[in-house]
Design a protein around this ligand. Structure first.
Ligand SMILES: [Zn+2]
Length: 324
């Protein structure tokens, strides 16, 4: 069973799923700052974007926003009855592990994630269905326990232990150009996880197919999940070509697609109501552009279902099997 904001579902009921999106994104605590955050607007934009995604055939969205990236549990609570599609919320940590965790052990971090999964986010009963991590430039800073790398590695062990305890998969924002999927998989392997339960996201930021193949042969799931509506045409084609090549190499059920787009985001400026221009079609380029393009290149409907549904179902199934 998978936790969604509206209750639990079976992995066979996911339907077409976008693996990496954000309903509302910004920073932890933004909801307390009136000139930064407009809750009514956040709700309206989220609802409209969910409806547009539904109209394009999407049935599930994985929201990859942990608390420190501005997750709003009360927005999930409000959308639970009105969203036309399943929304899977995340616990976890974003790129800059907050100082609060610097003295925590991996087990203490795991315990906090487990609470989000088993009891609910903040004071709500909305349960997280996935654990999100983010490894980026900060990983390069490696000077002992006070450095970001040490903390990111510790967070990954905490995530792995929470995954084993709850049977929930892990999804990772990674800087593909630094090939950060590989050291992450080493930690997960060391912690005894089935790498099938892991999604190494943002991987098509890299042009290096040998890196992607190194991930895939270890059995992990690879997210080709940055396909924003403002991508130039040549970049859309480059990213779609990677998906096509991997499907043709037989990896269709190990890759997943998404946009990394937010219905409401403060990340482009602190104007009231969200800095990012409103775009209720922020989750449509994959179903409306990329899928038809893949079909035009000869990809079968069954292969499309592998990429859009079965690959992600398998991450949930693998995680639940390893759970103690
Ligand atoms: Zn993201």
């Amino acid at each position: 069973m998978i936790n969604t904001i509206s209750g639990s579902i079976n992995s066979s009921d996911l339907g077409w799923t976008l693996s990496h999106e954000h309903l509302v994104s910004g920073m932890g605590g933004m909801d307390k700052i009136a000139q930064l955050y407009d809750r009514t607007e956040a709700l309206r934009r989220s609802q409209e974007a969910l409806e547009a995604a539904y109209a394009s055939g999407i049935r599930t969205i994985i929201d990859c926003t942990p608390l420190d990236l501005g997750r709003q549990a009360d927005v999930f609570e409000r959308l639970a009855d009105t969203s036309p599609i399943n929304v899977i919320a995340a616990t976890g940590l974003y790129r800059w592990v907050p100082l609060t965790y610097y003295t925590w052990s991996p087990d203490a971090i795991a315990e906090y994630f487990i609470k989000d999964i088993e009891i609910g986010l903040e004071s709500t009963s909305v349960k997280a269905g996935i654990i999100k991590l983010a490894w980026d430039y900060e990983y390069r800073l490696d000077e002992g326990p006070g450095s970001p790398r040490f903390q990111l590695e510790k967070a990954a062990r905490g995530a792995a232990r929470a995954s084993r305890a709850t049977g929930v998969p892990i999804t990772c924002h990674t800087r593909a150009l630094d090939e950060l999927g590989l050291p992450l998989l080493d930690i997960f392997q060391d912690e005894g996880l089935d790498l099938r339960a892991i999604t190494i996201g943002h991987s098509s930021d890299s042009r290096d197919m040998s890196y992607l193949n190194q991930l895939l042969i270890r059995g992990t799931t690879v997210g080709l999940d940055r396909f924003q509506s403002n991508l130039p045409e040549d970049e859309k084609l480059r990213r779609s070509q990677i998906a096509l090549d991997l499907i043709q190499s037989g990896f269709g059920d190990q890759i997943c697609l998404g946009h990394d787009s937010a219905a409401y985001s403060l990340n482009l400026g602190p104007t009231s109501g969200g800095g990012r221009a409103e775009d209720s079609n922020c989750w449509s380029p994959v179903p409306d552009w990329q899928i038809p393009w893949l079909i035009e290149q000869g990809v079968s409907n069954s292969d499309i279902d592998d990429v859009m549904s079965r690959s992600i179902a398998k991450t949930f199934d693998a995680a639940s099997k390893i759970s103690r």
